[in-house]
Design a protein around this ligand. Sequence first.
Ligand SMILES: C[S@@+](CC[C@H](N)C(=O)[O-])C[C@H]1O[C@@H](n2cnc3c(N)ncnc32)[C@H](O)[C@@H]1O
Length: 293
Amino acid sequence: MSNLSPYKIINSKNASTLKFFHNDCLNGMKNNIVSDSIDVVVTSPPYNICINYNTYRDDLPRKAYLDKLKRVSLEIKRVLKDNGSYFLNVGNKPTDQWIAWDVVSMLRGEFVLQNVIHWIKSIAINKPEVRGCSNIIEDIAVGHFKPIVSKRFLNDCHEYIFHFTKDGNRVLDKLSVGVPYQDKSNIGRWKTAKQDRRDRGNTWFIPYDTIQKRKDRPHPASFPVRLPEMCIKLHGLKDNMVILDPFMGIGSTAVASSRLGVSFIGFEIDKEYIDETILRVGSKVEPFNDMVM
Ligand SMILES: C[S@@+](CC[C@H](N)C(=O)[O-])C[C@H]1O[C@@H](n2cnc3c(N)ncnc32)[C@H](O)[C@@H]1O
C-alpha cells in the first residue's frame, strides 16, 4: 500500500512506531494510509495569517485556503475509523476573527461537531470574584500570550479545538483529563461522583512553556505537547491505536504519542521541522506528570 518511503521510522514504547513523511499531507495520506485505520487526528493547519514558516507560504486567497483544508479533511475522513476523533486546532487574528468559523462551517455536512474546546493560553482572575476559594489569595494572571498593541483589539488569549467525529456518538474518557472536585463533599453524593475527579469542561488552560530564546521553540506556530496529549486521552487510550498529524510542524503530536506509547504518522513539507521532531522524540522521553494543572 505504501508508495512513499517514510523519511524516518522510530520504534517507541509498547511496540509502537513513529513514522515521519517529508511530504505534502494530501498526497501522503492518499499514498500511504489505508481507509479506516486511524484512531485520532490531532492537528493544527496553517491559519492563513502570513506566518513566516520556513517553506510554506501562509497567504492563500481565502477560497483557495478553505478548498485546500477541505480536501485534506475529506482525506482525513477516509482514513479515520468510524469511531475515530478529529481534533482540529484553529485560531484567528485580530483583523480577521472569522477564520476559525469559516473553517468549521466548511466541514458541516462532512463531520459531526461533537465538542468545541477553548484552548485558554492565559487567564486573569480577580480575587473578589473567587472569594470562597481559599487557594487563591490575591488577583492572579497566568499563562502567556503575544501582546497586541492596539486600541481596537483585545489580546488574543485563546484558540479553538474543534472535536469532529463521524456520528457524534464517540464515548469519551472524560475523567482521564478530569480535575479534582473543589468541594470534596460531592464525592459519593452524586451517583456519578465515585472518585475525586470530575469532567474538566471545555475550557482547557494549557500555557506555553516559558522559553528563554527563540531557538528553544524553533517553529513559529507550534502548540504545547499537553494539547495533543489531552485530546488523545479524552478520545480514550487503547492498545495498538494510531494517531495522525497531517500538518506535523516540529512534532508536538508525535512527542505526545511517543510519551503515551501509541503509534504516530506525521506529514510535513519542511525538512528542518522534521529533523527537529526527530530530535524532540529522540530526547529523553519523560512520561507525563499527573494531569492536574
Ligand atoms: C501550525 S503548523 C503545525 C505545528 C505543530 N502543531 C507543532 O506543534 O509543531 C502547520 C505546519 O504545516 C506545514 N504544512 C503546510 N502545508 C503542508 C502540507 N500540504 N503538507 C504537510 N505539511 C504542511 C507547515 O510547514 C507547518 O509546519
